[in-house]
Design a protein around this ligand. Structure first.
Ligand SMILES: [Zn+2]
Length: 323
């Protein structure tokens, strides 16, 4: 085992975090650039938290890790997004490693097997005033989701990662099925994409189930706050040392935008698309779907706290500041 760990440590994409935890940085061809997967050492092999994208490059890296002699006990997923779950099926098929996902994650997987997510987003965007969004490339989506996980976990359950017991904490907002894993003794939390160091994680509506994701996202922060955390391991970017401070920064970024949005619809009702153009693109072409998605989730939140009112006209949703 020691020789394996030495070999593992030699790999450029692997960083030792503690005696028993290693970070594997894998490439992502969009936005975040890379994704963090974590290896937690145990007697029966490593538990792998998140797998990376379904890509030849990521597979090659995992193959190299296997060549060092390490073995895997199981895969555990923070949430079902492609950059985290992407290689779960591959691991199961190629290395016979059992895969664990939350019950809610399994529900999301089932939905994605049907491959109609893009259609849902197109209709959502249309409803919010954006007509020009078209179907993105989703070549591997239904493939990567088309497998049966070996085990499901739920909120509050104890889950063994390596040889240590963690608590699975349901923390929706970035995705409906998002989970963090908390080690009480070590005050360590694997935070997935709930809290990231440099960027504010996108808060997404991905299906009819997602009613008010930003409200849930803020509630997830409150949930994390109840746990003392001395080190947080995120799904992208650097490790977070002061997790409460980082949550406050993210929250205040949202509040700044929320105020800006209420101001934008003070005298006139507008669609989310129009407001996105004004706020992010300053009148130029739409910067991208993430910004529109952020505006939609913020308006839904604003309406839920009584700051704006929505009105549907000819199938389009307009918002105006509440009196
Ligand atoms: Zn991610």
């Amino acid at each position: 085992m020691n020789k394996c760990l030495e070999n593992l440590n030699q790999l450029s994409m692997v960083t030792k975090i503690t005696e028993d935890i290693y970070l594997v940085s894998l490439p992502v061809p969009f936005g975040m650039v890379q994704v963090n997967c974590y290896l937690l050492r145990g007697e029966k092999g490593f538990t792998v938290v998140d797998t990376g994208m379904y890509s030849k490059e990521s597979m090659n890296i995992w193959d190299k890790i296997v060549e060092t002699g390490v073995t895997f006990e199981k895969i555990v997923l923070t949430h079902y997004h492609i950059d985290h779950l992407g290689l779960a099926r591959w691991f199961q098929e190629k290395y016979k490693v059992p895969v664990y996902i939350s019950k809610l994650g399994y529900r999301e997987m089932k939905k994605r097997q049907k491959d109609d997510y893009a259609d849902y987003v197109i209709s959502l965007f249309k409803q919010h005033g954006c007509l020009e969004y078209s179907k993105p490339e989703t070549k591997f989506d239904s493939y990567i989701y088309n497998f049966e996980p070996d085990g499901l976990f739920e909120d509050g359950e104890q889950i063994k990662l390596g040889d240590e017991i963690y608590e699975a904490l349901w923390t929706p907002g970035h995705s409906a099925d998002h989970f963090c894993f908390y080690h009480h003794g070590k005050q360590m939390m694997i935070v997935g994409d709930l809290i990231l160091n440099k960027i504010s994680p996108i808060v997404l509506i991905e299906s009819h189930h997602d009613v008010n994701p930003l409200k849930e996202y803020f509630a997830s922060f409150e949930r994390v706050k109840k746990h003392p955390v001395s080190i947080a391991l995120p799904g992208h970017g650097n490790i977070i040392e002061n997790v409460n401070k980082r949550m406050e920064e993210i929250r205040s970024g949202h509040h700044h935008r929320l105020e800006e949005m209420v101001h934008a619809v003070k005298d006139e009702k507008k669609t989310s698309f129009t407001v996105t153009q004004e706020i992010y693109a300053k009148g130029k072409a739409l910067k991208g779907p993430p910004q529109l998605m952020a505006t939609i989730t913020r308006f839904i939140y604003l309406e839920s706290i009584g700051k704006v009112k929505s009105e549907e006209i000819n199938g389009n949703i307009y918002y105006r500041a509440a009196e």
